[in-house]
Ligand binder design. Structure first.
Ligand code: FES
Length: 157
């Protein structure tokens, strides 16, 4: 069986069972290693990717369900190798520790700011509620988002 997916703007025909969780297609078939498998139970946020602009957890969702939709991974946020505004703010605030959760948090932040350039703290808390960071980088993540909200420089990525 094949699965037709569009990932980071490129169409792919992937020889795999459509019931395969999306994250395994992204990582094992397409070599996109940015999204991480953490809990595998939709409880940690490490596997988040953008689907039609929404932050979606990819660890349990069947890849076949994403046919015809625009999937963007953390790699797709910097297609030319230049960090997106969100990625750059996280770099500037050193908003990571081990980094395992970071791609998912950046994806969720990108989705949030694309819809709401000036989110309240409760808006941010709601958007990041599913994203766990065992290292405790939360304050730096919030500073990065504050920096973006102040500059309104999310450039849609
Ligand atoms: Fe998907 Fe934890 S790996 S939410």
């Amino acid at each position: 069986m094949t699965i037709a997916l569009t990932v980071n703007g490129e169409p792919h025909e992937i020889d795999a069972d459509p019931a395969t969780p999306l994250i395994f297609i992204l990582r094992n078939h397409l070599g996109l290693m940015g999204a991480k498998l953490g809990c595998g139970l939709e409880q940690c946020g490490a596997c988040a990717v953008l689907v039609d602009g929404e932050s979606v957890l990819s660890c349990n969702a069947a890849a076949g369900d994403f046919a015809g939709r625009a999937i963007v991974t953390i790699e797709g946020l910097a297609p030319s190798g230049t960090a997106s505004a969100v990625q750059q703010a996280f770099i500037d605030e050193n908003a990571a520790q081990c980094g395992y959760c970071t791609a998912g948090i950046i994806v969720a932040t990108t989705a949030l700011l694309a819809k709401n350039a000036q989110p309240s703290r409760s808006d941010v808390a709601a958007a990041l509620d599913k994203h766990l960071c065992r290292c405790g980088s939360h304050n730096r993540v919030l500073r990065a988002i504050d920096r973006l909200s102040a500059s309104d420089a999310t450039d849609g990525r």
